[in-house]
Design a protein around this ligand. Structure first.
Ligand code: LLP
Length: 419
């Protein structure tokens, strides 16, 4: 966790700021991000891609706060989007439309029209049905839609089944053995302009091999497609690189990108633009979620530490049984360590943030859930009518509130009583 450290007094600090103090000042639950950590993570990709034709498209679903998007847009990033909502969000943050790739299996005609109107770099098309619809929408607008086909390479990314996307029985992409026919069809539609190929094999991937297998399979197809006279300018390998939550040791972004670029070069594809769509690896370890301990509830078989953050704030443990580190922000004087299940106030047994954690904590203490910068706030909801957390972006000495805490009135502002 870059930029996160304990000082001599044992106080947990992010970019030098005391997390316990931030929690006192801004309330809990509270997401806190380090801008420097995000830019450092991006720099790893940038260094490895320097001098090569490339585009880094941050997969904004991982963390779509406007200030996060603005940070990446200013650093020259493009974006991978999956909805009309993401498109409006990222435009509001200052993204260049020509650096946006539009992924997703269910694009509506309205979403396609808007993306064509603003001029996205390309549509990552995931089925024949989508191909036909996009051709119709573009034709009606008198435009040519730039298209890449998302191919399902049928490789096992070796990750959690819920976040694995490149296997035959996943809903994503066009099966590898149907892709050539799909390219022929795309090339025959005058309102489409075929420009690339893409894949995305999963998330929290900790090995190089699945990427190299997938890229190899893509390059086989590129060669077959070009043999039919259909030119492909770019190869997009998707996102998915893992981060360290506990003891995972994923390759560094630089190692991954260098290996991919080397395989491209070795197979004679070094001239093609390489697109990557990292999400988690750019923001995951740049953020923490802070919560205040409300009650300790020791029991016969389990001890519960009840905090004021819950599954609605951070759903990864409940949804994927994800393990995320939990640490007290300040050493608790005179408190003995015990084994706790750290749980939230939501009325579900699945509402937990960590199980069987050895912690010395007392009511009123602030704890930090680490590695919460990715798929944290982005997946937050309002179950149990819980307002969503506030978000803070640290930038050197500066502390920016980049999302205010939702208030209870906002929860039902769109609802109407009957007459
Ligand atoms: N590109 C596409 C087409 C994707 O579907 C995704 C993520 C990415 C890029 C970025 O993947 P990343 O680099 O972040 O692994 N909510 C889950 C992760 C879901 C990922 C969905 N797709 C989690 O919390 O683990």
């Amino acid at each position: 966790h870059p930029h996160l450290a304990r000082d001599a007094q044992g106080e947990l600090r992010l970019e030098g700021h005391s997390l316990a103090d931030l929690a006192r000042r801004h309330g809990t639950p509270l997401y806190v991000y380090s801008r420097a950590a995000m830019l450092d993570a991006l720099a790893g990709y940038q260094r490895a891609l320097e001098g090569l034709p490339h585009l880094i498209c941050y997969a904004m679903k991982a963390n779509s706060n406007l200030a996060v998007l603005q940070t990446f847009a200013r650093a020259g990033c493009g974006f991978d989007i999956v909805s009309g909502g993401e498109l409006e969000r990222v435009l509001a943050a200052g993204a260049e439309p020509s650096k946006i790739v539009f992924s997703g299996v269910g694009k509506t005609a309205a979403e396609m029209r808007r993306a064509l109107e603003v001029g996205v770099h390309c549509f990552n098309v995931e089925s024949l049905g989508e191909l036909e619809r996009l051709a119709e929408v573009a034709a009606a607008m008198g435009r040519r839609a730039p298209v890449s086909l998302r191919v399902n390479p049928d490789v096992d990314a070796g990750t959690h089944p819920y976040i694995s996307t490149g296997l035959k029985d996943n809903k994503f992409g066009i099966p590898h053995d149907e892709a050539l026919a799909a390219y022929r069809r795309a090339a025959a539609l005058p309102s489409l302009q075929v420009i690339g190929i893409d894949c995305h094999i999963g998330s929290q991937i900790t090995q190089l091999e699945p990427y190299l297998d997938a890229l190899g399979r893509l390059l086989d197809l590129v060669e077959a497609v070009e043999a039919e006279g259909i030119a492909l300018a770019h190869v997009d390998v998707g996102g998915g690189l893992g981060i360290t939550y506990t003891d995972e040791a994923p390759p560094a972004p630089e190692t991954l990108v260098r290996a991919l670029a080397e395989l491209m070069r070795a197979r004679g594809h070094g001239h093609r633009e390489l697109i990557v769509e990292p999400g988690r690896s750019l923001v995951g370890n740049a953020g923490v979620l802070l919560a205040e301990v409300q009650y300790l509830k020791p029991g016969e078989t389990k001890n519960f530490c009840i905090v004021d953050a819950a599954m609605n704030d951070l759903v990864r443990p409940a949804m994927y049984e994800a393990w995320m580190a939990i640490e007290p922000c300040r050493p608790s004087a005179g408190t003995a360590a015990a084994t706790w299940d750290v749980v939230g106030p939501v009325c579900e047994s699945g509402d937990w943030l960590g199980r069987d954690r050895r912690l010395a904590v007392a009511p009123g203490d602030i704890v930090a859930v680490l590695s919460a910068g990715a798929y944290g706030m982005a997946m937050a909801g309002n179950y149990n009518s819980r307002p969503r957390a506030a978000e803070i972006m640290l930038d050197g000495d500066a502390v920016h509130v980049v999302r205010e805490r939702e208030d209870a009135r906002a929860l039902f502002a769109l609802e109407r009583l009957l007459d």
